[in-house]
Ligand binder design. Structure first.
Ligand code: DC
Length: 216
């Protein structure tokens, strides 16, 4: 099984596409953001300051974070819903910015990706699996990303979408330092396209790379 790295900004469709592609390929799906979300929940539970890098790194190192069947476990408890909630989403950029937190989680992310599969995250192609045989950078227009997010949260009026646009832009700005497109990534714009259409395209790219013996 080849390794596919899928990166891109918040709301680009990364998670949905990565999960669907992994299912199509019958390959593991490695959601690197889920590790940062779980570490953030651990930080919030302990009550340390999210701006304190050393304290956050200590909490991240001590936390037992697992991913099983696309669910996130923290110290043995299923926290999948909680890590997707507003409280964690508002704090995750601050916690994930600390180098000590990133160092604490990197090996666990890599361990999950050893057998190949679809690895997804802001730095999947540049840091987590830089040798991935296929790297994809997903993009989407800001308004569409906001609509998707608003839809996910069950609100779709114009004010909610406008608030989401502001929120996504702010999160992209905070994540910008860690969000780097690998030079050898294929850019795929998901604006106006169905998940299935994007997955079809990526599955075609995977087939082509696999046929070429893993060479891009
Ligand atoms: O993809 P997501 O929204 O679940 O990611 C949550 C946060 O974690 C995001 O704001 C940035 C951070 N993140 C990161 O810094 N590096 C990654 N590889 C994945 C996520």
């Amino acid at each position: 099984m080849i390794t596919v790295a899928i990166d891109g900004p918040a709301g680009s469709g990364k998670s949905t596409v990565a999960r669907a592609l992994a299912r199509r390929l019958r390959a593991p799906h490695v959601d690197t953001g889920a590790f940062y979300r779980a570490a953030t929940l651990a930080v919030l539970r302990v009550g340390v300051d999210v701006r304190d890098g050393q304290a956050c790194a200590r909490v991240a190192r001590a936390a037992r974070i697992e991913r099983r069947d696309d669910r996130t476990l923290l110290d043995g408890d299923d926290v999948e819903e909680e890590v997707r909630g507003r409280r964690v989403t508002a704090a995750v950029s601050a916690v994930s910015a600390h180098p000590g937190v990133r160092a604490a989680l990197l090996d666990r992310q890599r361990a999950q990706a050893v057998a190949g599969g679809v690895v997804e995250g802001r730095d999947a192609g540049t840091v987590v699996v830089p040798d991935a045989e296929l790297k994809v950078w997903l993009t989407a227009a800001a308004a569409e990303r906001a609509r998707r997010r608003a839809g996910q949260e069950g609100v779709a009026d114009r004010a909610a979408v406008a608030a989401q646009i502001a929120d996504l832009r702010a999160r992209d700005r905070r994540d910008a330092a860690r969000m780097r497109r690998a030079d050898d990534a294929v850019v795929v714009d998901t604006s106006g396209r169905s998940v299935e259409a994007v997955v079809d395209e990526l599955a075609g790219l995977v087939r082509r790379v696999a046929r070429a013996g893993g060479r891009r």
